[in-house]
Write a protein that binds this ligand. Structure first.
Ligand code: FCB
Length: 489
């Protein structure tokens, strides 16, 4: 291992400096040639951890627009991200998902790669514009792509989590108002009905939506994501229609594919207060209301949090009689995506403002590495929601500026990141939270939305010029752990 990789690792373990003899153990364990001793790896979970249990699912996640490419093939319709990324200034370097990882053509090799790493679960999404035409009729060619993909995954014994909406809204629906139009929720229910009729029996778990917070707030509240509108009033209305879409879809999924699990995926944020002052404590609370309770309260309590209006006065969405009952129907699982924490203070009025801590470890995104946040959120949700369903961590991971040197990618920070976040999950389980699996984001580098291809989240490196995949050291680490776990069971 090159000295620079070792030096970098020292910063990332506990924050404390690591003794020299420790370092040799670490560098040994991370070497691709020392696969025979994965458990000499000080980064492995403790021997009594539930993560060793075969029933704890370990997998990787991707999403259609971020990896598939082939945007004009086999009758796929344009989506809001095609439009947004073609708009100058919206995506870094003008990148688009037109080719992405070319997964639409390389899916077989990509599944082999997933299998080769020993991953047991795969979370993917279906591109709505690929499988349904404007009249709501199935597009057979698009459907066949997912049919083949899911058949292969089933044949290989991979547990599949399929997200129906990971942000690629058909453009023709956006042209009619997108998520600001209540009708989109009913169109989504039709889409969920069609997919679950067509693909019944080949999906282990259906997630209706990925991260409604991002769709509503980044898409309609601040305009950083497609469709690029910026008005808090729009955000709350879009959120309501997204959650309604979820609620309307669940009964169709249950009726058509009873054996599968049904759930939703929420991104959650940890807000910490910059001081003990009551105003700052309140600011941290409001941060979590805006990021977490805004979605989880209607789903799990059948009501929006009142505090939301303190942040955004006058933004009450139009909610019809019965909507919240539809939205809060029981779930089989809740998907949680976690990346970082935000440290805040009071803005002096009714909101919060960020106070970025200094001297902390960050990723290529500038996001703080804060594993305790994941544990604290999970235990907090258990305390807050009596009917909290079983949880899967459906995304967790980090971006780093990875390059291939001599055929290897030394992404040591990612190994440390994954190890510490798995440890946080472990702690939450020990504290009584029912967490059943973990999907790392992402199987491979891909189109990172407004950041294009510059930010690399994969455990597999993708050379976008040649589409060559290179297994990173983090993938080797995960793979070694899974191998050992299999050997023990
Ligand atoms: C999440 C998205 C996912 C990916 C990660 C880094 O918000 O669900 O598609 O971009 O962030």
């Amino acid at each position: 291992m090159p000295p620079s990789a070792v030096a970098r690792l020292t910063d990332f373990r506990t924050g404390a400096s690591v003794a020299t003899d420790d370092l040799s153990a670490v560098s040994d364990a991370l070497s691709p040639h020392s696969r025979s001793h994965p458990l000499a790896d000080p980064l492995a979970p403790p021997a009594d951890s539930p993560l060793w249990r075969k029933s704890f699912l370990l997998g990787a996640a991707t999403a259609s627009y971020q990896i598939e490419g082939a945007v004009n093939e086999d009758g796929r319709l344009p989506c809001i991200w095609d439009t947004f990324s073609a708009t100058p200034g919206k995506v870094l370097a003008g990148d688009t998902g037109a080719v992405a990882c070319d997964h639409y053509h390389r899916w077989e090799a990509d599944i082999d790669m997933l299998m080769g790493l020993g991953l047991e679960g795969y979370r993917l999404s279906i591109a709505w514009p690929r499988v349904m035409d404007e009249a709501g009729q199935p597009n057979r060619k698009g459907l066949d792509f997912y049919r083949r993909l899911l058949a292969r995954l089933k044949e290989k014994g991979i547990t599949t989590f399929v997200t129906l909406y990971h942000w690629d809204l058909p453009q023709h629906l956006e042209d009619r108002g997108g998520w600001l139009n209540r009708d989109t929720a009913y169109r989504f229910a039709d889409y969920a009905d069609l997919m679950s009729r067509e693909l019944a029996g080949s999906v282990d778990a259906w997630a209706t939506l990925n991260e409604p917070w991002c769709s509503a707030y980044l898409g309609y509240g601040n305009g950083h994501h497609a469709p690029g509108l910026a008005n808090p009033r729009f955000a709350t209305q879009a959120m309501h229609h997204l959650l309604l879409a979820h609620g309307l879809a669940v009964p169709a999924l249950r009726a058509n594919d009873p054996a599968s699990q049904k759930g939703i995926v929420a991104n959650v944020g940890r807000g910490t207060a910059n001081s003990e002052r009551a105003a700052d404590q309140r600011a941290a609370h409001l941060f979590e209301v805006q990021h977490n309770a805004w979605i989880l309260d209607p789903l799990l309590k059948g009501a929006y949090p009142g505090d939301l209006l303190e942040l955004w006065p006058g933004t009450e969405p139009l909610v019809l009689e019965g909507d919240l009952r539809t939205i809060s129907a029981p779930l089989d699982f809740l998907g949680i995506n976690y990346y970082f924490r935000t440290n805040v203070e009071s803005d002096g009025a009714h909101g919060f403002r960020e106070v970025p801590p200094e001297g902390v470890e960050r990723t290529q995104m500038g996001w703080e590495v804060y594993p305790d946040g994941l544990r604290d959120l999970l235990t907090g949700f258990k305390a807050a929601y009596r009917n909290l369903p079983p949880i899967y961590i459906t995304e967790n991971g980090m971006a780093s500026d990875d390059t291939v040197i001599g055929g290897h990618v030394d992404d040591t920070q990612r190994i440390s990141f994954l190890r510490r976040h798995l440890a946080a999950v472990d702690q939450a389980i020990q504290a009584g939270v029912d967490v059943r699996g973990y999907f790392l984001w992402s199987l491979m580098d891909n189109f990172e939305w407004a950041f294009g291809y510059e930010r690399r989240f994969g455990i597999v490196h993708v050379d976008y010029a040649t589409q060559k995949r290179t297994i990173k050291r983090s993938a080797e680490w995960v793979s070694a752990f899974l191998k050992e776990r299999k050997a023990r069971s």
